[in-house]
Design a protein around this ligand. Sequence first.
Ligand SMILES: NC(=O)c1ccc[n+]([C@@H]2O[C@H](COP(=O)([O-])OP(=O)(O)OC[C@H]3O[C@@H](n4cnc5c(N)ncnc54)[C@H](OP(=O)(O)O)[C@@H]3O)[C@@H](O)[C@H]2O)c1
Length: 263
Amino acid sequence: MRKAAIGHLSFPSDSHCGHIAFVSGGTGGIGSVIVRDLVDLGCLVVVAGRSREKFETLFADLPQDRLTWVDFDAARAIDDGIRYTCEAARCFGRMPTLWVLSAGVHSENRKLSFMNATRDDYESVVSLDFDSTCEMALSAANAMAEEGLPGRIVIVSSSTGGESSWSPYRVAKRACNAFARQVSDELKRDNIGIWCVCPGPTATKMLHYKDGSPINTHDIQAGRLVMPEEVSSLVNELLLRKELFCTGESLFLSGGRGTFDCH
Ligand SMILES: NC(=O)c1ccc[n+]([C@@H]2O[C@H](COP(=O)([O-])OP(=O)(O)OC[C@H]3O[C@@H](n4cnc5c(N)ncnc54)[C@H](OP(=O)(O)O)[C@@H]3O)[C@@H](O)[C@H]2O)c1
């Protein structure tokens, strides 16, 4: 067996058991499935969200000693607020080492274009989907690095980040993909991996999808919406990645949308 010449070559665990995970947007359609899967896989999970009530209702059936809630409203959590949320995330007594950043909003106005988007349209989407997401990733990475903890960070981006950036949402998601690529080089020295997962249109309330609605769509070559469970499965594979050869990548779960299929 060859001996590694440098340290930090592998994540010290084969399973999620014993890890503490942090999920922002954990009360959303994609985030809530990720929370459930992480609990099932043996993690203790910190859910960061805007409404404790929503958290309690949504996860009432899960073992209550395995998950907890911290207050996170990106509209209020600039600068110190993000650091505060990261500190609050130590509520199980240790810093989480698996981070899933899934909080996001889409513009209400779906008819935006380069020509008619206003500064407010950009501000309302980019401040959450890019600014606070990346600030949270950096804050988490710094805290883990300071304690010498290997860690994994997955940002839930979007296949639209690979398309022409004609809307604030696309700008924000493209910027997240670029951020992960750029910052990964520094983070891997501390054995911290970072990825973006880029789903195509997914069956959640963001697309006004309700339980029981049809999942067929013309918005993606596959002809059907991506299911949140499929996003969660990819996120979980990345969280357990042992080596970091592919760190910084954006993985598209979109049947080609945003990559070879430029919608
Ligand atoms: N659905 C899609 O088609 C699709 C496709 C590609 C990528 N995505 C991305 O996937 C991620 C999750 O989306 P989803 O489909 O699960 O949508 P969702 O069901 O609407 O969930 C969005 C989550 O973001 C949280 N959030 C919204 N504004 C916030 C704020 N100011 N501060 C903190 N949290 C806030 C929501 O909290 P509340 O529960 O309090 O509302 C909710 O937990 C987003 O980043 C989205 O851009 C979605």
